[in-house]
Design a protein around this ligand. Structure first.
Ligand SMILES: [Zn+2]
Length: 407
């Protein structure tokens, strides 16, 4: 067959979602291929496969997507190509593979007990005969002691264990210098809109025009671009966010807008995970033999209750973070609007992000001074920071709305 496998509808390799990340993907493919040779008992060059990795990049660039794809390629039953079709790929991507563990902080940090338990389990031989993979999606939230527990494991890794750490950057605030020095770093960049649009068109069958618009509006965030292109609800939520500036006509309107913004973020978070939560649970139950009618089925189900509870805990924790993320994306949209106003005022030679509301940003540019637009933009950024620092979202958003109204 002369076509690449990515062009076959419904079939894609595990790295297909990493838009515009050719170099990191190539690195990961090579390492996964070397890992498969290690499993096959072949000799590989020193450094061809690494036991500890750090994935960095801005939000939406696909840090955890890349880590999960690499985990799948390590468990892939077809020579580590990450085919996306085999049982190993499927279960790793669906977070139900017995040898792939995901660490999600319960609260805002990953504690030492959690990490010790994990390191201990990760040291056992992989049940599938390939690799024990530990994915730490928010490695920047490791407590110092948890980091030390992890460091010990990374310094002397069990022969078939791989640690994948995701963090925004390799700055010492995000990851300790000693851990960093033991890991190979994969740096993802904010993908260009053209690369995002290409993925949407090829993989998701979005029309080129809609894909180009969604990619630009999502400002380099691949998952969001996909939702904007395919989900009318996501588009109407975005429209509501971009309507905020013109709705702020008084103090009452500010409070209303704040409450609407937070409710909308909650709805978005619920929608994103409702589907994947259910399919993860179904996949786990299937893997555990639920629905079986054999004599062993009931006993297996009782033993499986713990695993299902673990999954539910992970999903709950993910939902909490996902609400924050949804709110943050709304704030990024809003910041984009004020940025558009500012570049219009200053006649900067760059294109606006929100082309579909360019008439409104132009109108605002005619009305506000550059200084007052800048104050508004700064209020949005300050709100993001405040929420990041754990200020209650409704308080931070209300304060922001008042500044957006007054200028
Ligand atoms: Zn596979």
């Amino acid at each position: 067959m002369s076509e690449g496998r990515n062009t076959i509808p419904g079939v894609s390799d595990v790295f297909a979602d990493l838009a515009g990340q050719d170099e990191p993907v190539e690195t990961l493919r090579r390492a996964a291929a070397a890992a498969a040779r290690v499993v096959a008992g072949e000799e590989v060059a020193a450094g061809a496969m690494t036991h500890a990795w750090i994935f960095t990049g801005p939000p939406g660039s696909g840090r955890s997507v890349a880590a999960r794809a690499f985990a799948a390629a390590l468990e892939c039953e077809r020579g580590g190509i990450g085919c996306g079709d085999c049982h190993g790929c499927h279960t790793a991507l669906g977070a139900t593979h017995a040898d792939v563990r995901f660490v999600v902080p319960e609260g805002l940090s990953i504690g030492v007990n959690e990490m010790r338990a994990l390191v201990l389990r990760a040291a056992s031989a992989p049940s599938g005969g390939r690799w024990q993979v530990v994915v730490i999606e928010d490695a920047d939230r490791l407590t110092e002691q948890a980091g030390n527990a992890l460091l010990k494991a990374i310094e002397e890794p069990p022969p078939r264990t791989v640690f994948l750490l995701c963090t925004p950057s390799t700055h010492p605030d995000d990851i300790s210098v000693t851990i960093r020095s033991r890991c190979r770093v994969v740096s993802l960049r904010q993908p260009p809109a053209t690369a995002v649009a290409e993925v949407l068109a090829r993989r998701d069958g979005v029309s080129p025009e809609a894909a180009a618009w969604a990619a630009a509006a999502a400002q380099g965030h691949v998952g969001r671009a996909k939702r904007l292109a395919r989900d009318p609800e996501a588009r109407s939520r975005r429209e509501a966010v971009l309507a905020v500036p013109r709705r702020l006509t008084g103090v009452g309107a500010c409070y209303e807008a704040a409450s609407a913004l937070i409710k909308s973020a909650e709805a978005e978070a619920a929608e994103i995970f409702a589907e994947s939560d259910a399919s993860e649970r179904a996949a786990l139950e299937q893997a555990l033999g639920a629905g079986g009618t054999g004599r062993g089925a009931a006993g297996a189900m009782r033993g499986a209750a713990g695993q299902i509870k673990d999954l539910e805990k992970r999903q709950k924790s993910r939902a909490t973070r996902s609400k924050r993320d949804a709110l943050d994306r709304a704030l990024v949209d809003l910041a984009g609007f004020y940025r558009d106003v500012l570049i219009t005022t200053l006649r900067a030679p760059v294109s606006v992000v929100h082309t579909d509301v360019a008439a409104q940003s132009e109108a605002a540019a005619g009305k506000w001074t550059a200084e007052s637009t800048l104050r508004r933009l700064e209020a949005v950024l300050a709100c993001r920071d405040a929420i990041d620092q754990n200020v209650k979202p409704d308080i931070a958003v209300e304060a922001m709305m008042l500044t957006l109204w007054r200028g």
